[in-house]
Write a protein that binds this ligand. Sequence first.
Ligand code: ADP
Ligand code: MG
Length: 292
Amino acid sequence: MSEFALIDRYFSRKGSGIGDDCAIVNVPTGFQLALSTDTLIEGVHFAKDANPVNVGYKSLAVSLSDLASCGARPDHATLCITLPQHDENWLSAFSRGFFECADAFGVKLIGGDTTKGSLSITVQAHGFVKIGAALLRSGARAGDAICVTGTLGTAALGLRDSGTNGAPRLHRPTPRVEAGQALVDVATSAIDISDGFHQDLNHILTQSTVGADIWLDKLPIATSVTKALAVQAALSGGDDYELCFTVPQNRLGILESINATEVGVIKEGTGCRLIDADGKIAEHDTKGYQHF
Ligand code: ADP
Ligand code: MG
């Protein structure tokens, strides 16, 4: 099958605009374009024998998680895929997973590139956010509540033990797109948790030049394992794709309309203190994932 037949068979849908040299996009009046790119590499981000349906799903989901953390509404995406060979079964499963995620979040695939080489997938997702309203990492202020959506550490626990519900969470993360949009005009900062809650929260702290107290007994953790293991996974486990955000105390009512938990408070100064149930400062290994 030629490169063009392959694109046609697996990636272009009617009316998608695929087939022209450029994809042409209108940004609605009053909105800005939010865009994010992520690369998934075989052997680094997914195993050689990973189910291609899940690889397709996750390759888009991780970029939608970035749009969610900025409060953007996803609209369209491009897909650059490098393949070692033309494998019909793999491609058809991959494209099924990709479009499953695209359809779930109303995203159109509008272009991309197809090349031969070691298996790698780069997705760029674009969304729209009201002018000036994007949630950034730099807006947290002393006194703001620190909150997270969903539960933490489940994906990491799935890595250790495929019997927990972490396995689906690891392979098919749910980008918190609705929560992100609900936080526009409410949250003062936000980030998606891809490399471990503690490490990702620290990006907010650094960029906002503030510190934080985290209440360990308030962390929304998996109940299927011992507490110590669950807390450890919640602090440093990767691949959760939940949102961490800060809100002024008088906007905490937002927690009634999105599934999220208050887990700490922004402080003046720098650094992040971990506070245990009796109010004592606790020590934990909090190193998150880093490529280098
Ligand atoms: P060019 O020669 O200009 O680089 P290509 O031949 O690479 O164009 O691509 C032809 C068309 O197919 C373009 O519209 C491009 O955006 C689209 N396309 C190529 N690969 C993919 C892909 N993996 N997914 C979606 N669209 C793709
Ligand atoms: Mg090309």
